[in-house]
Design a protein around this ligand. Structure first.
Ligand code: NDP
Length: 399
């Protein structure tokens, strides 16, 4: 049915490749392209020989011309960008130039400023409309499934949504004293930034990790959750009409936060270049180089993740509450695709987004966040492709 160019060959890309190969009727051919071609070749080695034909290519996705050349030679229907957020714009430019659909899982962030927001990518809307191609932004889990969950709640259960609390819990244990579950640079930049939430049309800023609660999560139990800013808050605040409050919460263990505090206090999380023995290095990038590779956590991680949305609002004039969540088991993910649940919960929705575009179900010219499409086919696909969800109409609320 279609061809996908997958850019990146890290933890998330590996899951996308596995999932595309599990769906050869849709993904007849894929090309895995990344900076380090050996990682692409290793994936081909592992998964080649099935019904999905696999090619690999060396690619520097910071170079738009190189991406254009590869698109012209491979002729994909869709590009799945699971490299880093820094490459979003160069890849979108290449898609515009060649008329190919685009999917990603994280919004653009300039490499030298820890500031992620949709404005840069939303600015492409008119050009994508004119080119007749779709850009689907943030088709991972959060952002991604959390937006689909909210759109599903809006469509089926609420006349008006007033409050959304997204709770992202990882009760996995990889046995290392300190490691991040996805790209350490992106992860630490996100956590060390100030917290922010949306209330009554305004953004309220909080000191990093200063807002803490305990929440008892299904299949995981009570955990400390901390308020963070997360990119889906920006798009949900625009796309969910009438919403009054949106917050994002993530679990961190005391051990994780102690390590992070020390690293921060000694300057290891800084993105300001320093001179080291005549060479410029960025402490956070050096830290990334010495921390365990997230892709190596798979075989060691035990336990579960639980990510979901607790939603409050009104239906037929009466108050209503709704909690929709997915529980994912690290060891089961590893047994299926050789990756832990964080990569799995991101890679599966990226594949689903691309699949819905190839099938023409989620295809409309322009630049869209996931919650702007009909959630039903995506929700159905989640159940089918490894991320089943559960509902609770009487959840414990956070306030
Ligand atoms: P990894 O660091 O494991 O992988 C990133 C891959 O991109 C690597 O293969 C890397 O190559 C490649 N890459 C980096 N720069 C370039 C470039 N200039 N040109 C070509 N390839 C490049 O990250 P993850 O797999 O953990 O994360 C992938 C994406 O998923 C990130 O954008 C992350 O923010 C996002 N994400 C989204 C989530 C969600 O729920 N929405 C959750 C988790 C992650 P090399 O091997 O040479 O370093």
């Amino acid at each position: 049915m279609g061809k996908a160019l997958i850019i990146g060959a890290g933890g998330v890309a590996s899951v996308v490749v596995h999932k595309c190969c599990q769906n050869p009727d849709v993904f007849e051919e894929i090309c895995i392209a990344s900076r380090t071609v050996e990682k692409c070749d290793a994936l081909k080695e592992k998964l080649g020989g099935g019904r999905t034909k696999i090619q690999t290519a060396q690619l520097d996705a910071d170079n738009t011309d190189m991406v254009i050349d590869l698109i012209r030679s491979f002729q994909p229907d869709v590009v799945i960008n699971v490299a880093l957020p820094y490459q979003d714009l160069t890849i979108m430019d290449a898609c515009l130039e060649t008329g190919v659909h685009y999917v990603d899982t994280a919004n653009y962030e300039p490499p030298d400023t820890p500031k992620f927001e949709y404005s840069w990518q939303w600015a492409y809307k008119e050009r994508f409309e004119k080119a007749g191609i779709t850009a689907l932004l943030g088709s991972g889990f959060d952002p991604g499934v959390t937006g689909v969950f909210t759109a599903y709640a809006q469509k089926h259960y609420f006349d008006e949504i007033h409050t959304i609390d997204i709770v992202d819990a990882n009760a996995g244990d990889h046995g290392y004293p300190f490691a991040t579950n996805f790209n350490p640079e992106i992860n630490i930049r996100e956590i060390t930034a100030k917290g922010r939430y949306f209330e009554n049309g305004e953004w309220i800023e909080t000191e990093p990790l200063s807002e803490k609660k305990v929440y008892d999560l299904p299949e995981i139990g009570p955990k400390n959750i901390y308020l963070l800013y997360h990119e889906e808050l920006e798009s949900l605040a625009v796309n969910i009409k009438g919403v009054k409050k949106i917050r994002f919460w993530m679990t961190f263990s005391d051990n994780y936060l102690n390590h992070l505090n020390v690293l921060q206090n000694v300057g290891m999380t800084s993105i300001e270049p320093i001179d080291y023995e005549g060479q410029q290095i960025i402490p956070l990038q050096f830290l990334k180089a010495i921390l365990p590779d997230p892709a190596s956590l798979g075989p060691r991680t035990k336990g579960k993740t639980n990510i979901g949305c607790i939603i409050q609002g009104v239906k037929d004039g009466k108050p209503k509450t709704y909690y929709v969540y997915n529980v994912c088991d690290h060891e089961e993910c590893y047994a299926e695709v050789g990756s832990q649940a964080i990569s799995y919960t991101t890679g599966v929705p990226a594949m689903i987004g691309a699949m819905l575009i190839i099938k023409g179900i989620w295809k409309k010219p322009g630049v869209y966040n996931v919650e702007e499409f009909d959630p039903d086919p995506f929700m159905e696909a989640l159940n089918k492709h490894g991320l089943p969800w559960q509902e609770n109409f009487t959840p414990t609320l956070l306030d």
